[in-house]
Design a protein. Structure first.
Length: 569
C-alpha cells in the first residue's frame, strides 16, 4: 500500500511532500483475523528543494508545519527506503504488487523518482488503482474518494491528508473489496490484473445515487423538530444537523437536487441516523450547537473550533485581549479585529492622517492589499457625500470622534447599503482586476466594514443582556409559548411558559456580579447566545412572539422593542 502527498498536481508543478507505505500480508496461523493485515506501515516528510514553499492550500489540507517536518528525508533517501521495504521475491517477474487509491496521481511522481535515482532499471511497482476497482465494483456510490470509500466500509479517516492515515484506509478498503472481487471469481493478482485490463463498457451511473443508509430509515423519522446525527457503519458521528421537521430535513439530503449538492462524500458514508426530538425549532438549533461542540463531527466545520478565543476591545477600539479588564471592557467579540474599523473611522473623523494601518482597518482588508492614500481619501469623500444628512453631526468637534464614529456606523448599518452583492464580479471571484482600487470601491468597503463592525459592537452589548435572561417565545403557528431560563450563558431550564401573571423578572444578583467581573465568555457560550439571537430574529420575522426578562428590570422587553434591538445585532 502506498500514498504520496505533493505540493502540485504533477512533477512539472510540484514536489513530493510526504511519502508513506505499508505491507499487507496474510495472517499468521496464530492470529485470529478474518483477512489480510497491514504490517510495517511508515510515512516520512520529504525535504523540498531549496527555495520551494508549500502552498497555503496544501498546508491546510495536509496540516504541514515546517517545524514538525524538520527531520525530513531527502528524496533519494526516501526512494532507497521504499525500495528496501518492498517484499520479495515479487509475485510478478520484475515488480511488487502495489495498491494506491488514485494511482494516476502518485505514479507520475514515483516514475520520475525511479528514472532519476535508478536510471535504466525497470519500475519496481506493479500498481493497481483502488479508485478504478471501486468504480467498477461500486458504481452506484456518489463519491469514490478515499475518505468516502473508507467511511462507506466503516473506517474513520481523519480530515487531514496524511500519508500514514491514507495507507491504513487504503488497506481497510482493499480488504473490503477483496470480498467483492471473490464474488466475481477473482482471487489472484494475475486475475485482478486481467479483469482490470479487460476494460469492459462501464455501466452508466444511476440517476439517483444509492446510499448505504436504508431510505425507509429517514422516511420513517418523525415530522417534528429536533437534532439528527449521521453515523458511519462503525458508529462514528459524521454530521449533526437541526431540523424543524426531522423527516423532511433528512430526506432532503438524499433526494433530488439537494442530495447532489450537500456533501456527497459525507452521504456516501452514512449508514444510520439517530435523532433527538425537541419541542421547537429554536431548541433544536441550541441543541445542535451544543452537540457539535461535544462530539466534534468531522463534517461540521463551522462550529467545531471550540478552542478559538473570544475577545474584548478597548474603549478606543484599537486594542483587544482575550479576557476583560479595566482596559478592555467591550465584548464579547469574535475576533481581535472586530472593532478596528470603528477605531479607524474615529481617527478619520478626528482628522488624523490616513496611514497604511488606518486605511487597512477602515476598509477591512489585509495591509498587503491596502488602497493608496489618494484613492482612499477620494473614496472617503464619496462616502461622506452619500451621508449628507449627517454632515453637521460628523463635523461637530464638540462631540468626541468615538461618538461620531458610532453615529456614522449606525447610520450605515441602518441604511442597509453594505451588501456584498454590490461588489464587482471580478472582486468576488479574484479576477484580473481584483487588486484594483477606485473611489467607489473604497466607499463600498468603508461602509461595509463600518456597518459590520458596529453590528458586532451592538451584539456584544446584547449578548451580555441575554447572558442571564428569561426568554418567553412562541414559534410561528404554535399555540403554546415556551420559556428558556439562562444563567451564566447556559440554558438551565426549558419548558412550557407559565401564565403571564406568574412571570417574574429573574434574580439580579448573578447578572450584576457577572457584569462587574466582565462576563468572561468562552467560544461555546458566545456561539450559543449568538445562535439563540438568530432564532429569536427568525421567530419575530415569521410572525411569532418573544418576550425577554432581564435581571434588574421590573418589566420585560416586548416583541415591539425587541424587533428594534435585534435589527442592529
Amino acid at each position: 500500500m502506498l500514498d504520496c502527498q505533493a505540493t502540485g498536481a504533477s512533477p512539472a508543478f510540484g514536489h513530493v511532500l510526504e511519502l508513506g507505505w505499508g505491507v499487507v500480508r496474510p495472517p499468521q496461523a496464530s492470529e485470529v483475523v478474518l483477512n489480510d493485515v497491514l504490517d510495517h506501515a511508515e510515512a516520512h516528510w520529504i525535504a523540498l528543494p531549496e527555495g520551494h514553499r508549500v502552498p497555503a492550500q496544501v498546508r491546510k489540507l495536509t496540516g504541514y508545519d515546517p517545524a514538525a517536518a524538520e527531520p525530513a528525508l531527502a528524496a533519494e533517501e526516501a526512494w532507497r527506503r521504499l525500495r528496501a521495504a518492498l517484499p520479495g521475491p515479487p509475485i510478478t517477474p520484475t515488480s511488487t504488487p502495489t495498491v494506491i487509491h488514485f494511482a494516476r496521481f502518485e505514479l507520475a511522481f514515483l516514475r520520475a523518482w525511479s528514472t532519476r535515482f535508478e536510471p535504466g532499471e525497470p519500475f519496481p511497482l506493479d500498481v493497481v488503482c483502488l479508485h478504478d476497482m471501486a468504480n467498477r465494483l461500486l458504481p452506484e456510490l456518489p463519491r469514490l474518494s478515499l475518505r468516502a470509500l473508507a467511511g462507506y466500509c466503516g473506517y474513520s479517516l481523519h480530515l487531514a491528508r496524511r500519508s500514514l492515515g491514507h495507507i491504513e484506509a487504503t488497506a481497510f478498503v482493499w480488504r473490503h473489496l477483496l470480498g467483492l472481487l471473490a464474488s466475481r471469481g477473482i482471487g489472484t493478482w494475475a486475475e485482478l490484473r486481467g479483469w482490470l485490463a479487460e476494460r469492459p463498457a462501464r455501466r452508466p451511473r444511476p440517476s439517483k445515487p444509492a446510499y448505504p443508509v436504508d431510505r425507509e430509515r429517514y422516511r420513517s423519522l418523525p415530522d417534528a423538530p429536533g437534532v439528527y446525527r449521521f453515523l458511519r457503519r462503525n458508529g462514528d458521528v459524521l454530521y449533526v444537523g437541526k431540523a424543524a421537521s426531522l423527516r423532511k430535513r433528512t430526506t432532503s439530503h438524499f433526494m433530488g437536487r439537494a442530495g447532489k449538492l450537500i456533501a456527497p462524500e459525507m452521504l456516501t458514508q452514512v449508514s444510520d441516523i439517530e435523532v433527538t426530538v425537541v419541542a421547537s425549532a429554536l431548541e433544536a438549533a441550541l441543541l445542535e450547537n451544543d452537540t457539535i461542540k461535544s462530539l466534534r463531527p468531522p463534517y461540521n466545520v463551522q462550529l467545531i473550533d471550540a478552542e478559538a478565543p473570544v475577545w474584548y476591545a478597548s474603549q478606543d477600539f484599537h486594542a483587544a485581549a482575550v479576557a476583560p479588564s479595566a482596559q478592555h471592557e467591550i465584548g464579547p467579540l469574535p475576533s481581535a479585529f472586530s472593532l478596528r474599523p470603528l477605531g479607524a473611522l474615529a481617527d478619520l473623523l478626528a482628522g488624523k492622517p490616513a496611514d497604511a494601518s488606518t486605511r487597512a482597518y477602515a476598509v477591512g482588508v489585509s495591509a498587503l492589499w491596502t488602497p493608496e492614500q489618494d484613492v482612499f481619501m477620494a473614496g472617503w469623500r464619496v462616502l461622506l457625500a452619500r451621508s449628507a444628512a449627517l454632515t453637521e453631526t460628523l463635523a461637530d468637534e464638540a462631540t468626541p470622534p468615538r461618538a461620531r464614529a458610532l453615529v456614522f456606523a449606525r447610520h450605515l448599518l441602518a441604511e442597509g447599503e453594505t451588501q456584498i452583492e454590490n461588489e464587482s464580479e471580478a472582486e468576488q471571484e479574484g479576477g484580473a482586476d481584483a487588486d484594483a482600487w477606485d473611489p467607489e470601491r473604497v466607499a463600498r468597503h468603508l461602509e461595509r466594514a463600518a456597518a459590520g463592525s458596529y453590528r458586532l459592537y451592538r451584539r456584544s452589548r446584547w449578548l451580555r443582556l441575554l447572558h442571564d435572561a428569561d426568554v418567553v417565545y412562541r414559534e410561528p403557528e404554535a399555540l403554546a409559548a415556551r420559556q428558556l431560563i439562562l444563567r451564566d450563558g447556559a440554558i438551565v431550564s426549558a419548558g412550557e411558559a407559565p401564565s403571564t401573571g406568574e412571570l417574574r423578572s429573574p434574580s439580579v444578583a448573578s447578572r450584576v456580579s457577572a457584569q462587574r467581573a466582565g462576563q468572561v465568555f468562552d467560544r461555546a457560550r458566545y456561539d450559543r447566545l449568538r445562535i439563540l439571537t438568530t432564532e429569536l430574529k427568525r421567530i419575530l420575522r415569521d410572525g411569532g412572539d418573544v418576550t425577554l426578562w432581564i435581571p434588574g428590570r421590573a418589566h420585560p422587553l416586548s416583541a415591539r422593542v425587541l424587533r428594534g434591538v435585534l435589527r442592529l445585532v
